[in-house]
Write a protein that binds this ligand. Structure first.
Ligand code: CTP
Length: 413
């Protein structure tokens, strides 16, 4: 496929280098057209090297090739990222002072704008009107992500992560109307991995969680346009790019990080394997074996139930605020003679009070550290249990789709 990638003059232009890589690695032929202003952030040499094509934004370069007409005509897709307030205004008013704006006027295929700017600019009536005009004319304008902007401010206006723009672009080319990123503007916090509860400076009580499911969920949420915060306990896998990572070790550290993160999270997913108990005493020095003393006894005390606390905290907020947050728990169950996996899951959902509970069937050879998974999603609202199975990435996509659906329901009610 032939893609024209227009780059606007915003700091987020650096992220577009990754987007270009995603396009070229998928086998597409990309011509980059940076605006004059954008070359102050990323130089044309970067775009030429990464795309393998010549780069210009002048209508007077290679005039014999009639680039100002040809590029737009031949493109199967035009993507503009970051689409600044200025570029959106120029596109909406049909200006044609440079190669990129000419190309936008000549485009025959789908056009996708991925805006990035400060919140006030994005919410300004002039920008709203320009976005409306472009959408009415058939262009796709993504909702920006919400979160930290260039300065100290935060709010809607961040460029969605490159993978998210890539997904939206592919959906648009396939003629899908659901190219809009389902979690755009949402903040999703995910806890992942297993906590480690220290006994002494060298030993701890841990568990088998690899963090793979939590990381796969972070990737799925990021690709769905969310601003993702990963509260990472011990993990065997690296954290993905494009998410904020907060490292924690113990259940108590995770609790503190979770309560802080909850304040601005639209969605909270507790996929971490949290130790239910921790050693009552942590020795400052290494515990030594001595032949003349009895075998040591480890006394355990209960850790707080973080999921339950998140639910209580949420429910104590004014109803309108509480209604805006979705809390998702995970349950690792084996089933036994007194109940099967689902029965235990239902009981846990009621006990913990979260909105959704993802139930895993675990055994020593199942789930932990594995790449595939099979889960049932239970809902407190009482809808039918939903099964999802496949790779942890596929299961995560199913969980994130279900979360998007539930969030839409919340905002309708
Ligand atoms: N969880 C938590 N804090 C804890 C223990 C668990 O927030 N101290 C969360 C997990 O992240 C998960 C959910 O609670 O989302 C279920 O965890 P699980 O260990 O299966 O349930 P338990 O409450 O420990 O119940 P039981 O041991 O009876 O199975």
């Amino acid at each position: 496929m032939r893609i024209v990638l227009g780059v606007g003059g915003g700091i987020a232009a650096y992220k577009v280098a990754s987007l270009l890589r995603l396009f070229t690695e998928a086998g597409h032929d990309v011509t980059v057209i940076p605006t004059e202003a954008s070359t102050r952030f990323v130089g044309t040499a970067t775009w030429e090297a990464l795309s393998g094509n010549p780069v210009s934004n002048s209508v007077f370069d290679d005039v014999h090739l009639v680039n100002h007409v040809r590029l737009g005509h031949e493109a199967d897709l035009v993507v503009v990222a970051p689409a600044t307030a200025d570029l959106l205004a120029k596109a909406a008013t049909g200006q044609a002072a440079d190669l990129l704006t000419n190309t936008l006027l000549m485009a025959h295929g789908p056009v996708l704008f991925a805006p990035a700017m400060h919140t006030e600019m994005w919410q300004h009536p002039a920008t709203r009107a320009n976005v409306e005009t472009l959408r009415t004319r058939g262009a796709a304008v993504l909702e920006p992500a919400s979160g930290r902007l260039t300065g100290a401010d935060s709010g809607p206006g961040r460029l969605p992560e490159p993978e998210a723009i890539f997904e939206a672009a592919m959906a648009l080319v396939q003629g899908r109307t659901d190219y809009q990123l389902p979690l755009a503007g949402r903040t999703v916090t995910i806890s992942a991995g297993g906590t480690r509860e220290p006994l002494d400076p060298v030993r701890f009580l841990g568990n088998r969680s690899s963090g793979k499911q939590g990381v796969a969920l972070a990737v799925a949420a990021r690709n769905a346009g969310a601003t993702v915060r990963l509260l990472a306990a011990h993990m065997d896998v690296p954290a993905p790019s494009g998410v904020e990572v907060v490292r924690v070790e113990t259940a108590l550290q995770l609790r503190a990080a979770a309560l802080e993160a909850a304040a601005d999270s639209d969605v909270f997913i507790m996929s971490a394997a949290v130790a239910d108990f921790r050693p009552a005493d942590v020795s400052d020095t290494k515990i030594k074996k001595r032949d003349d003393t009895a075998d040591p006894v480890i006394t355990l005390v209960r850790n707080p139930d973080i999921l339950q606390e998140l639910v209580e905290r949420r429910n104590s907020q004014p109803a309108a605020v509480a209604a805006g947050q979705l809390i998702v728990g995970f349950a690792a169950e084996t089933g036994d003679s007194e109940g099967d996996v689902l029965a235990y899951g239902e009981a846990k959902l009621q006990r913990k009070g979260c909105d959704l509970l993802v139930v895993n069937h675990v055994g020593t050879d199942k789930v932990f550290g594995q790449d595939s998974n099979s889960v049932v999603i239970l809902s407190r609202a009482g809808s039918e249990p939903q099964e999802a199975s496949g790779t942890k990435a596929e299961v995560s996509d199913a969980i994130i789709s279900r979360i998007s659906l539930e969030l839409n329901r919340l905002s309708v009610n």
